[in-house]
Design a protein around this ligand. Sequence first.
Ligand SMILES: Nc1ncnc2c1ncn2[C@@H]1O[C@H](COP(=O)(O)OP(=O)(O)OP(=O)(O)O)[C@@H](O)[C@H]1O
Length: 235
Amino acid sequence: MSIDVSIKLLLSSGGRQFNLDMAFASQARRIALFGPSGAGKTLTLKSIAGLLRPDSGHVKVGERVLFDSSQGICLKPQQRRLAYLFQEYALFPHLTVGQNIGFGLSTGICNPGKRSGLPDEAMYWVRTFELEPLLGNYPDQLSGGQRQRVALARALATRPDILLLDEPFSALQESLRRKLREELAELQARLTVPTVLITHDPQDVRLLADTVFELVDGSVVSSCPGATFNPALPA
Ligand SMILES: Nc1ncnc2c1ncn2[C@@H]1O[C@H](COP(=O)(O)OP(=O)(O)OP(=O)(O)O)[C@@H](O)[C@H]1O
């Protein structure tokens, strides 16, 4: 699966302007967009997800055109067949693990006879990530690693073509960050779905990306294999 992004977006507020002029294309399964705060990582991810509409350009995933200003194509977020994992995974605190994973999934394919009430695709990830014993628990009763697996199961159950990861560890202290990063790398190795990760941490890039694009001031300035990544600028 390839991803091809070429977008322009001019934002102005309070007398300041930000010029997003982002272009990258890759066939790598694990892509990272790396850059300091304010480089345009979130704006790019939102544009891919359809949460933000660029002024011009295109976003293609494989053969599918998600956005193309010249053809007047702009698919709605729910039509884009991608999953977006927000910072710290944003689980619903008042819903159980099972309800969190089932949230937003079509109930039409549910087998009502099943105890979990979850469709087969969701149960596949529940079993793969060993979440079955936790289905009745609430997020605050889980470890960081378990929360990560719940969020991934919830995302993957929608059968996305591509998985977008938004700074998953940004708010965590270093020891937990290291542990969850290693766990995520192991989970990633078991997935076939391509991932696009945004981060300002070179360690995330080295462990979680095959290819990295380095962003500065709204544009890509370089790219290289993730494993050997050494940022030109400190993030
Ligand atoms: N609605 C807006 N109007 C004007 N400027 C904006 C708007 N949204 C974002 N920006 C600016 O665009 C720039 C890029 O923002 P973006 O959130 O993509 O950065 P980022 O690389 O994700 O940073 P961080 O790592 O801090 O999340 C920032 O300078 C931000 O202030």
